[in-house]
Design a protein around this ligand. Structure first.
Ligand code: DUC
Ligand code: ZN
Ligand code: ZN
Ligand code: ZN
Length: 471
């Protein structure tokens, strides 16, 4: 047998197994696993390296409108380049509806932004901001049918927050169509109340972003989202969970037999509220929602992953430049935390942080790492087994890791569009040195090897995770 490429001598890890074997790749897919596979156009030496399924980051924001005079730091080219350098072979950004927009329009718009502009594969979740009869009755079911099989709803933010009845209506459509609902769980009115009160007291510095949305804001909304989903009998994914109290709400739901899933992110493992207290406006670099909490919350998020309450670890990459009037330091953002754009870059650092802090420090196994960063994303969002594993027939989406490489995270080695990383100075051991999408190197030995436009859009199937628990 002959192959296009053979990856020889590496240690392979999947979500369930770790084994030494070679990988034969033909026509972009894994065609054989074994020893002495024969000849190939190219033999890649992976001895001393780990060969893992490429990371799938199912929670990133790219080129998303973020308010007047605010510009996201990444377009599809820079975001997918940065993702590839961080060991990812696929990202799932959001196509965000704004009030009054038709969903078809929104989807067409994001495809225009992404077409020919990606280094790695992409698929889109939708964000539903305008839950009108036309959107819920016609557009959404048609789009789910066409492969947009998940969508996010917000319980907070001006112009985005859905009321409880709107949430119930959206959830009903998800149940009928077999789509998975992702939920941003924070109580909008509580945030508005606390923000107004802080501003009246002159407490406007960036760190009050965290004071304005404390844990009960997230815990209450998490509880409410779960209750609403229970009424409709529809599975939900609570995204970006930051603390133990919200995590316990999810655990209780799971123990009652509900299909409630949870996701956490790097910022909740290695940052705290204290990071928002930086000198001058430096704290804005860490403004994201929910905000990073405290050490006990970090601990709880680790437990959430260790105990299977959280099945996904995503970056929530939502980058703005820091030293930029269209980024964190807008003229209005300088006057109050209320106006600082919410979100931080992280698509390139997600995997090294979890690998080093998790696998390296014995908190999770290598197989759990693969599940949390790749396999579970593919399964949850209708991409498995084409994506998310190393098996014959799967796409040859692979990351080759040097498990011993020591790196201090710094902006100077990032490949995205932002001008800072919130993880500056964190020392990690283990780094993805090469990334391959459908058998072609995108990053090879730390250098860009891919071509812009080689990344493809991937429509998604409905996922078993979205099947109702009851009837
Ligand atoms: N929610 C996200 O998912 N990302 C960035 C900001 C936010 O509120
Ligand atoms: Zn969110
Ligand atoms: Zn203060
Ligand atoms: Zn997000």
């Amino acid at each position: 047998m002959t192959f296009d490429t053979i990856i020889r001598g590496g240690t392979i890890a999947t979500a369930s197994d770790t084994f030494a074997c070679d990988i034969g790749i033909r026509n972009g897919r894994i065609a054989a696993l074994g020893d002495n596979l024969g000849t190939a156009g190219e033999i890649v030496d992976a001895s001393g390296k780990l060969v893992l399924p490429g990371g799938i980051d199912s929670h990133v924001h790219i080129s998303q409108p973020s308010g007047p005079d605010i510009v996201m730091a990444d377009d599809f080219a820079s975001a997918t380049r940065s993702a590839a350098f961080g060991g990812n072979t696929m990202v799932l950004p959001f196509a965000m509806q704004q009030k009054g927009q038709s969903l078809r329009e929104v989807v067409a718009d994001y495809h225009r932004k992404a077409d020919g502009q990606c280094y790695i594969d992409v698929s889109f979740h939708l964000i539903i901001a305008d839950a009108t009869d036309a959107v819920l009755g016609q557009e959404l079911p048609a789009l789910v049918h066409d492969g947009y099989t998940s969508f996010k709803v917000f319980m907070t933010y001006e112009g985005l927050a859905l009321s409880d009845i709107e949430m119930l209506n959206v959830m009903s459509v998800a149940r009928e169509t077999g789509a998975l609902v992702m939920i941003h769980a924070e109580n909008y009115d509580a945030i508005r109340f606390l923000t107004d009160r802080l501003e009246r007291a002159g407490k406007t510095e960036p760190h009050h972003h965290a004071t304005s949305r404390p844990i009960p804001v997230e815990r209450e909304a998490t509880h409410r989202a779960i209750s609403l989903a229970e009424l409709v009998d529809v599975p939900i994914m609570i995204v970006h969970v930051s603390n133990g109290e919200a995590m316990e709400e999810i655990r209780r739901a799971q123990q009652r037999g509900l299909k409630v899933y949870g996701e956490t992110c790097p910022q909740y493992l290695v940052l705290t509220e204290k990071d928002l207290e930086g000198l001058n406006m430096e704290g804005t670099k860490y403004v994201c929602s929910p905000p990073p909490r405290d050490k006990a919350s970090q601990q709880a998020c680790w437990q959430g992953m260790q105990q299977g309450v959280f099945s996904l670890f995503s970056s929530d990459h939502c980058p703005f430049r820091y030293d930029d009037p269209k980024g964190k330091l807008t003229p209005k953002g300088r006057t109050s935390f209320r106006w600082v754009p919410n979100g931080i870059p992280g698509v390139e650092t997600r995997l090294p942080i979890l690998f080093s802090e998790g696998v390296g420090k014995g908190r999770i196994s290598l197989n759990e790492f693969v599940a949390l960063t790749s396999t579970n994303h593919a399964k949850t969002y209708g991409l498995y087994p084409k994506k998310g594993t190393i098996a014959v027939g799967a796409d040859a989406d692979l990351a080759i890791w040097d498990p011993n490489r020591e790196v201090t995270i710094s902006q100077s080695r990032m490949h995205g569009g932002s001008d800072y990383t919130p993880y500056e100075g964190i020392a990690v051991q283990g780094w993805p040195v090469s990334t391959m999408v459908r058998g072609k190197f995108v990053v090879r030995d730390g250098e860009l090897a891919g071509t812009l436009g080689a990344g493809e859009y991937v429509p998604r199937a409905k996922s078993d995770y979205a099947k109702p628990g009851g009837a």
